[in-house]
Write a protein that binds this ligand. Structure first.
Ligand SMILES: [Mn+2]
Length: 338
């Protein structure tokens, strides 16, 4: 990694001095944010430092195999606000923007603790005293892997497993561009510490509720192509999710399938949160930067994988708005077949 060396050194210095550290990651946490925080928390605790992991929302069921009792807590103001106010250091991993602290944002902002960020997303930082952002990293876990080695921590299975889950999560099981030789060297070293890829695959992927596959089925059946087949669009709705008994985030995986269609450059998945807000998830095959659109609507992510919420319009209007913006990005000005 070329950038972030001095921030990394500074960050490690702060962590070394910190007697009470609180970790957190983004709302609806994923394997990368959880893995990065968990590995660092274990390293600090291993050195005898107090550390807690408090998050604004619960973790998905398929990641709960990662931690032991007492290693992860869902934010309860009565129990945890004091802890955040009294902490020396608050560390956010994989955050993707201060708003993604959810209902913890206010207390994190008002805490006198030193605030550190470890991330590989690009966005404007108006909260953290020290931001270690390595845009070229595959995952926040790759950054933490570097940090742990700089700390001279002895790598063990309990540090390796969460890091492995984070890298698998963010590389889409080693399918994205971020899958570098370096990532494979990192993973090799994690496997040498006893990480079991087959068992972790089963934990992550073979534990899905039926409804999640059914919403995938109905959303795939509803795919529309536009812009001469370069744009694939799909969506689901609240009543379908209710009927299938699943939560919205279980539906969003659909977006990753859209790029599998021959000729598709951009995939868009839409979900109407309510009558005036539509969640939009965007994927690009590598020619079009979809992050700028997401950023212009208060969201963010990476150049080729981003998301946002379009507000102040109906679902139909939001769909047309996104379609128009993507058509422009694709450099197509004729009306595509919708
Ligand atoms: Mn990540």
């Amino acid at each position: 990694m070329e950038t972030g060396r001095s921030q990394a050194a500074e960050l490690l210095e702060v962590l070394a001095q910190s007697r009470r550290t609180v970790f957190t990651t983004h709302i609806t946490p994923d394997g990368d944010g959880l893995g990065a925080a968990l590995a660092l928390l274990r390293a600090l605790r291993g050195r005898g430092q107090r550390a807690e992991f408090i998050n604004c929302s619960a973790a998905p069921h398929n990641l709960r195999f990662l931690w032991q009792r007492g290693e992860f807590h869902v934010f309860d103001p009565d129990l945890h606000a004091r802890l955040l106010m009294d902490a020396d250091t608050i560390v956010a991993t994989d955050l993707g923007g201060a708003r993604r602290l959810g209902r913890m944002e206010e207390v994190v902002r008002s805490s006198p603790a030193k605030k550190l960020l470890i991330d590989h997303h690009r966005y404007k930082n108006d909260l953290f005293d020290l931001a270690l952002i390595v845009e070229g990293a595959s995952s926040s876990c790759e950054i933490v892997w570097d940090l742990l080695r700089s700390m001279g921590v002895e790598m063990t299975h309990e540090l390796a497993e969460p890091l492995y889950v984070g890298v698998v999560n963010d590389t889409g099981s080693f399918q994205y561009d971020a899958t570098t030789p370096r990532v494979h060297r990192m993973v090799a070293s994690l496997l040498e510490l006893g990480v079991e890829p087959a068992r972790i695959f089963r934990e992550l992927h073979c534990t899905q509720p039926l409804g999640k596959l059914q919403v995938l089925g109905s959303s795939l059946a509803a795919i529309k192509l536009a812009c001469d087949g370069q744009l694939a669009l799909s969506s689901t709705d609240r009543s379908t999710l209710r009927r299938l008994g699943i939560v919205p985030r279980d539906a969003f995986e659909v977006v990753n399938y859209l790029l599998r269609i021959r000729g598709v450059e951009v995939g868009v998945f839409l979900f109407p949160v309510d009558d005036s807000r539509t969640k939009v998830s965007l994927r690009s095959a590598g020619r079009v930067d979809v992050c700028s659109f997401a950023e212009s609507h208060g969201g963010g992510g990476h150049r080729f994988a981003a998301g946002c919420t379009v507000e102040g319009m109906s679902f139909e209007q939001a769909e047309a708005h996104v379609l128009g913006a993507m058509r422009e990005l694709l450099g197509q000005f004729e009306i595509g077949e919708a």
